[in-house]
Design a protein around this ligand. Structure first.
Ligand SMILES: Cc1cc2nc3c(=O)[nH]c(=O)nc-3n(C[C@H](O)[C@H](O)[C@H](O)COP(=O)(O)OP(=O)(O)OC[C@H]3O[C@@H](n4cnc5c(N)ncnc54)[C@H](O)[C@@H]3O)c2cc1C
Ligand code: FES
Ligand code: FES
Length: 480
């Protein structure tokens, strides 16, 4: 198979091939400057406000599946073999789409700056509802689906009403409207051919096989892996990093799967948090609930579990859960592979046990067993789209009320997420009571810092209260 030296994607009804340094530009910039499609707005350029939302259609089971994404942090190389629909592409022939009409009929815009983003996010909601066979979008679904979009003048009531008023019956979804056998054939064929672009000091690689990815990582050790780019894209926009030599694993088929392996879950490096949420709802409901309040749909449609783990933030929301679930990282290099326990992977603030020639192929964690209790808490100033001040995860294996094993982890209290190993050892074999938890919570071995998300005293109080909440909720669920 010949290696390609450009990325190929479609925007609305046009096909593009982009090569060289342009591949590193953001989609929002490309739409507004090169394509004169100014409907897509840029406000925060950090994935927070949703003004830049567009729909990204990727190949899935012979169809294009469209999801809302933030174009301000999405590099063009991430669009390879995909179809982008912008607000200009929502129209059905000469008529406005059902979503756009619902926005007008419900007076859901004033200055209109946020409106294209809302129109695209609502179209994604409608796509999801159509795929699920629903005939309407409930208020709850509308609220959840629009957490990634901010409006500063209309007020949200009319926007939520518009979402619920979208007439799904008889509506033609984007997957049907934009379907073309010819485009699908081309995308599938392109995904089977690796991309290697090197020019003027930049490098963009999209290997089609894991073997190719590992070979590249060996020969170009400084090569940065980019997953969903939801951390990387923000850092690039802020000028904190350049990320000019990058590798995407999006076209390596075996890294895009989430599967059960006995009592373990194995989450491939490219599985998005949105797909993980669907898996977790069935297999690890507490993780499903946590993912429900993680970022926004736009972020979850791109972000990965591997990215959250490797980013190594002490307030990474998924890390405490992974720690109490005995998570391991499946690391691969051209020379072989190894598994590293996640709590050994972190060696200091953003210091990780990952060699330059290695990549994370998958994240494995133990699924909850019958008789175990897992609880996850995220304390943030806002419920939606906010980073934790403190996060707490606990998992107990119980025989009646006797603790067979305990796992506890806190985020936001130290340079890395911390396992409470001393408390875990002390609790093993003990009876689970409120007094046991209260004693441990009064003398926690954590030293949080004060910052914009809370003072150290506030954080310490949060830790104690979350432990007591955990005790009360767990005891309430145990037979008396
Ligand atoms: C608006 C917004 C809201 C957010 N909300 C939350 C939140 O609520 N909770 C939270 O925890 N985080 C949040 N984040 C942070 C971010 O979305 C997560 O950390 C996400 O999981 C990162 O995944 P990614 O695939 O996008 O990572 P990327 O940006 O692609 O990569 C992150 C890091 O991981 C490395 N990496 C990625 N994949 C691999 C691999 N396979 N092998 C080796 N290295 C790899 C990259 O090199 C990079 O250093 C938010 C971000 C934004 C912009
Ligand atoms: S401009 Fe705010 S999310 Fe992209
Ligand atoms: S209509 Fe003005 S910001 Fe939403």
């Amino acid at each position: 198979m010949t290696v390609r030296s450009s990325v190929v994607f479609r925007v609305n009804s046009r096909r593009f091939e982009v090569a060289g340094r342009d591949c590193l530009r953001t989609l929002a910039d490309f739409l507004r400057r090169d394509l004169s499609l100014p409907g897509t707005k840029v406000v925060c350029a950090e994935g927070d406000c949703g003004a830049c939302t567009v729909l990204l259609g990727g190949v899935s089971e012979g169809r294009l599946r469209y999801k809302a994404v933030n174009s301000c942090i999405l590099p063009l190389y991430a669009l390879d073999s995909c179809h982008v629909v912008t607000v200009e592409g929502l129209k059905d022939g000469e008529s406005l789409s059902a979503v756009q009409t619902a926005l007008i009929d419900n007076h859901a815009a004033q200055c209109g700056y946020c409106t294209p983003g809302f129109a695209c996010a609502m179209t994604a909601l409608a796509e999801g509802a159509l795929a699920a066979g629903n005939d309407a979008i409930s208020e709850k679904k509308a609220r959840n689906g629009l957490t990634g979009n901010l409006c500063r003048c209309t007020g949200y009531d009319s926007i939520l009403k518009a979402a619920q008023a979208i007439p799904l019956a008889g509506m033609t979804g984007l997957s049907e409207r934009w379907h073309s056998d010819e485009h699908m054939r081309e995308f599938v064929e392109l995904r089977g051919r690796s991309v290697a672009i090197e020019s003027g000091g930049i490098g963009v690689f999209i290997p089609a096989t894991l073997a190719d990815a590992l070979r590249l990582k060996k020969s170009l050790p400084g090569l940065k892996i980019v997953g969903g780019a939801t951390d990387t894209g923000v850092l690039v926009n802020k000028g904190v990093e350049k990320s000019v030599r990058v590798m995407s694993l999006a076209h390596v088929p075996e890294l895009s799967q989430v599967r059960k392996d006995g009592e373990w879950a194995e989450v491939g490096a490219s599985v998005t948090l949105d797909d993980l949420e669907a898996f977790a709802e069935a297999e690890a409901p507490e993780l499903g609930r946590l993912l429900h309040v993680f970022a926004s749909p736009q972020i979850k449609n791109r972000a990965t579990l591997a990215g959250n783990a490797v980013n190594a933030s002490p307030i990474g929301d998924l890390i405490p859960f992974l720690m109490v679930s005995d998570a391991e990282l499946e690391l691969k290099s051209a020379g072989g592979g190894r598994r590293v326990a996640l709590d050994a992977f972190y060696q200091g603030y953003k210091k990780i046990d990952l060699r330059p020639d290695e990549l994370v192929a998958a994240v494995r964690f133990r699924l909850p067993s019958t008789g175990s209790v897992t609880r996850l808490y995220k304390a943030s100033r806002r419920k939606d789209l906010d980073i934790s001040a403190v996060a707490f995860a606990a998992r107990l294996e119980l025989d009646g009320r006797t603790i067979r094993s305990a796992r506890l982890a806190f985020g936001g209290v130290a340079p890395t997420v911390l396992r409470m190993k001393e408390i875990e050892a002390l609790w093993t074999g003990a009876e689970f009571t409120r007094e046991l938890v209260a004693r441990a919570s009064a003398d926690l071995p954590v030293t949080p810092i004060s910052d914009v998300r809370g003072s150290k005293e506030f954080r310490l109080r949060l830790c104690r209260n979350l432990m007591l909440k955990f005790a009360d909720e767990t005891l309430a669920g145990l037979p008396s």
